[in-house]
Design a protein around this ligand. Structure first.
Ligand SMILES: N[C@@H](CCC(=O)N[C@@H](CS)C(=O)NCC(=O)O)C(=O)O
Length: 205
């Protein structure tokens, strides 16, 4: 498999899942501004949407959408428990979280990342994110993971998105539950390995 990614982007969730699942993979970095890959290819010719993550499957087909890529990766190594068994209530809850993170949390960050958005849009995004963080913190409570007592791909995605707090100047300390969760997931060996490979700061904080 080959993962097209950009450091610290939402593709980091797929990178973490690959590492946690122990699946051999290649990485190719994409410059999201120029849409050129690290081997000099026009990324639009690989993935017409120009976004990451994009996973090349063993048969050469490409798969997009983080929430789907994560489930695909988890299913390649079910013994890891990255995705609970099909038909279980826990599987439903993981899928519920994946969809929530993709639609309510991930996308709510966008205005804060792009300079083109006016201040009013940024303020609205910040308010929406604050409500979303409140929701996630309340749901998480004192539990170590989003679903059950095991790390799942929903945690890989939530960690990736929470990790953006530093880039958008949102103080995670306002949510002690989320700050503790972020530090706990960051300390996982697979997450440390991913952050190192992506050239990010790895010290668990
Ligand atoms: N619908 C896609 C969206 C992925 C997405 O938004 N990726 C961002 C990085 S986190 C991206 O590549 N943006 C392209 C750009 O900024 O030009 C998914 O859920 O995987």
């Amino acid at each position: 498999m080959k993962l097209y990614y950009s450091p610290a982007s939402c593709a980091m969730s797929a990178h973490i899942a690959l590492e946690e699942a122990g699946i051999a993979h290649h990485l190719e970095k994409v410059d999201l501004k120029t849409k050129v890959t690290e081997t000099g290819l026009d990324y639009y010719r690989i993935h017409t949407q120009g976004s990451v993550p994009f996973l090349i499957l063993p048969d050469g087909e490409g798969l997009s959408e983080a929430a789907v890529i994560l489930q695909y990766i988890a299913e390649q190594n079910p013994a890891t428990g990255l995705l609970p068994p099909a038909g279980s209530r826990a599987r439903l809850r993981v899928q519920e979280w994946l969809n929530y993170i993709a639609t309510e949390l991930h996308k709510a960050h966008v205005p804060l990342f792009k300079a083109e958005y006016p201040d009013a849009a940024k303020a609205l995004a910040r308010a929406a994110l604050t409500r979303a963080y409140d929701h996630v913190a309340a749901q998480l409570g004192t539990r170590p993971y989003l679903v059950g007592d095991q790390f799942t791909v929903a945690d890989a995605y939530l960690f990736t998105v929470l990790n953006w707090h530093a880039f958008i100047d949102l103080d995670l300390a306002l949510w002690p539950t989320l700050a503790a969760y972020h530090a706990r997931i960051k300390a996982r060996p697979a997450v440390q390995a991913v952050m190192q490979k992506e050239g990010l700061q790895t010290r668990a904080a």
